[in-house]
Design a protein around this ligand. Structure first.
Ligand code: LLP
Length: 438
């Protein structure tokens, strides 16, 4: 097993994260439990920010909070001086209530609701990303209502296709996101923005996909985007900001490359160097550089702890090891055929000896967390740790079967504490009403 960051096996043979023994965490907080390694999150943020400052100059990273959203993570971003990407009223509300300076927020969405735009104005969201035909008109109206000039970016579709799972590609020509450069829709949208009195056109945005390891796709995106910036410049439109979105791949299984934080920064370096070259070669105004990673910031920081329960051995067919969570806390295997690695955290030094399938507890045959993983012989009560669950697990969790969503605990330097408290059955039924329809 290739332990990352602050993880190790301690002398009791237990998995340890951020100086906390996972067996102790499970005893203290129960299972299933999301554990987040705070130091890892902070170290990636610092490394990304530092790389941008050293290799480019003006710019920042904006944490794409759809990957994992709660007050504690916005608080970390506040302390680390990053920007954030928010995509809903709920994310705006949560970030603002954590005291995040919303002038450093980018508000995205292909269908921003009236209430969301109103909240964005009230919260003082710094930049709104135009991503729909009538966004400019609507944002302009709200800006007028609040007596402000709203900074906007325009999301464009550069038509760059990154090699990743097709469900999570967002910049193909057939996409609900962004205005196509090729068709002329992007420049038209920008001119529309520029013509509105309460909008300030600030720059362009693109996002070419997610879980990308193919660095040439990012370099190509920079090339296409700077060509577009040049075209705009020739048409008299100044671009101050270039936001290149997120999408950096993380290590889920041995099939994926594994980077330490320093190597990760090579992605960013490649982007800043390519951009600097393009700026010089194409003689365009040097834009402020923003990247928007989500998964790369929190993905590998997260581990989910489960207790092993029922074991079903179908002779000659498959052995199922069931856990006390499943698709309600991690929908990714069912939705994307995503793969994960795991260990028995209470016996992390034991030799893997049999291939089993980790099944969730939901009433759904597809509720499988890991198909075919080699583990030591698991028994009821063992503690299973599934790695790289920090991104898009808690944020995509559901209450299917009226299962409660597990709490989130942050660990750092041997200390632990709730970032999200456990849901209770009362919470589940709290909004239920028996309607008076008789
Ligand atoms: N910026 C924009 C505009 C995005 O649409 C996304 C992700 C990001 C940034 C962050 O991408 P990241 O760095 O996290 O790859 N639920 C899927 C992922 C969907 C990503 C959607 N957009 C999953 O679980 O894999």
């Amino acid at each position: 097993m290739n332990y990352r960051s602050t993880m190790k096996v301690n002398d009791k043979g237990h998995l340890e994260i951020g100086g906390c023994d996972c067996v102790g965490l499970a005893e203290k907080y129960g299972t299933p439990l999301y554990v987040m390694d705070e130091e890892y999150v902070r170290s990636v943020c610092r490394a990304f920010r530092q790389t941008i400052a050293q290799t480019y100059g003006e710019g920042n990273m904006a944490y794409a909070s759809k990957a994992f959203s709660c007050k504690a993570i916005y608080n970390i971003m506040k302390q680390e001086g990053t920007c954030i990407d928010v995509v809903s009223g709920g994310e705006i509300y949560t970030a603002a209530s954590a005291g995040f300076d919303m002038s450093r927020a980018f508000f995205h969405g292909n269908n921003k609701l009236d209430g969301e735009l109103d909240l964005a104005m009230q919260a003082g969201v710094g930049t709104i990303v135009v991503d729909a035909a009538d966004d400019a008109e609507r944002i302009n109206e709200y800006a007028k209502k609040y007596g402000r000039v709203q900074k906007v970016l325009v999301r464009v579709n550069p038509g760059v296709e990154a090699h990743t799972h097709s469900y999570i590609q967002t910049a193909k020509v057939d996409s609900k996101f962004g205005f196509s450069i090729k068709s002329g829709a992007a420049e038209k949208a920008i001119k529309d923005v520029a013509s509105r009195s309460n909008l300030k056109f600030s720059g362009v945005h693109c996002h070419i996909g997610s879980q990308i390891f193919d660095r040439s796709a990012f370099a190509l995106a920079v090339d296409v985007m700077t060509d577009f910036i040049k075209q705009l410049q020739e048409d008299g439109i100044t671009v101050d900001v270039l936001n290149l979105g997120g999408g950096f791949g993380v290590h889920y299984t041995e099939e994926d490359p594994k980077y330490n934080v320093g190597e990760y920064c090579d992605y960013v370096k490649l982007l800043t160097q390519t951009l600097s070259d393009c700026v010089e070669r194409k003689k365009i105004k040097k834009p402020v550089f923003i990247i928007e990673p989500g998964r790369a910031i929190v993905g590998e920081a997260g581990v989910t702890l489960y207790s092993v329960g029922a074991i079903k051995d179908i002779e000659g067919v498959r052995k199922y090891v069931a856990i006390d969570g499943g698709m309600t806390d991690n929908i990714r295997p069912a939705l994307y055929e995503a793969k994960y690695e795991a260990v028995l955290a209470n016996r992390a030094n034991d030799k893997p000896e049999e291939v089993v399938t980790i099944a969730g507890k939901c009433c759904e045959s597809g509720d499988i967390i890991i198909k075919d993983i080699k583990l030591p012989k698991a028994k009821r009560g063992d503690l299973l740790a599934v790695f790289t669950t920090g991104a898009y697990c808690y944020s995509m969790a559901s209450n299917y079967n009226r299962n409660v969503i597990p709490p989130v605990v942050f660990v750092r330097g041997g200390k632990s504490g709730y970032a999200v408290r456990p849901q209770t059955y009362e919470d589940l039924a709290r909004l239920d009403v028996i309607p008076d329809t008789e």
